[in-house]
Every structure is written in structure tokens, then in C-alpha cells.
Write a protein of this length. Structure first.
Length: 82
């Protein structure tokens, strides 16, 4: 069982930019270790980091905008490409 993720694997799993990953490591919010020249993040540390993230709080106007962006406009034709 894999117990650590490379930076590239972490990036793919959590959909976060490489620069942001290193910012999180440098700020101490995300723990990483070195194995030779390779930087890895233990799976347990990745889960702790994720659990510590601040939840997004939407106010009413933000929520209304988010909903309206995902609804098709009345009378508009979808431009889906085959």
C-alpha cells in the first residue's frame, strides 16, 4: 500500500497547482519529507491538511450567482460539440 505521494501525485489527487503545494509546505500548513532529492507527502499528512482547510461559506448573492451560472438560459440553445 502506498503511504506517501510525490508532489506530482499529490497535484493530481487534490487538483492543486504545484506552486500552491510548495507554498503550503513552506508555510507549514502541509508537511512533506525528503527521500533523497524527492519530496513526498505522507498520506496521513495529506489527509490532515485537507481536514484543516477552511470550508467555503457562500452568502446569498454568491450562492444565487453560482446557481444561475449553471442553469441554461431560457430560449438559449446548447452549443455542444460532437
Amino acid at each position: 500500500m502506498q503511504r506517501a505521494l510525490t508532489i506530482q501525485e499529490f497535484q493530481q489527487v487534490y487538483r492543486i497547482a504545484r506552486t500552491k503545494i510548495y507554498e503550503q509546505i513552506e508555510s507549514g500548513q502541509l508537511k512533506a519529507v525528503k527521500i533523497g532529492k524527492k519530496t513526498v507527502i505522507r498520506v496521513d499528512d495529506a489527509e490532515k491538511w485537507l481536514a484543516a482547510l477552511k470550508p467555503v461559506e457562500l452568502n446569498e448573492s454568491t450562492r444565487a450567482n453560482a446557481v444561475s451560472r449553471h442553469r441554461p438560459k431560457v430560449g438559449s440553445k446548447s452549443r455542444l460539440r460532437p
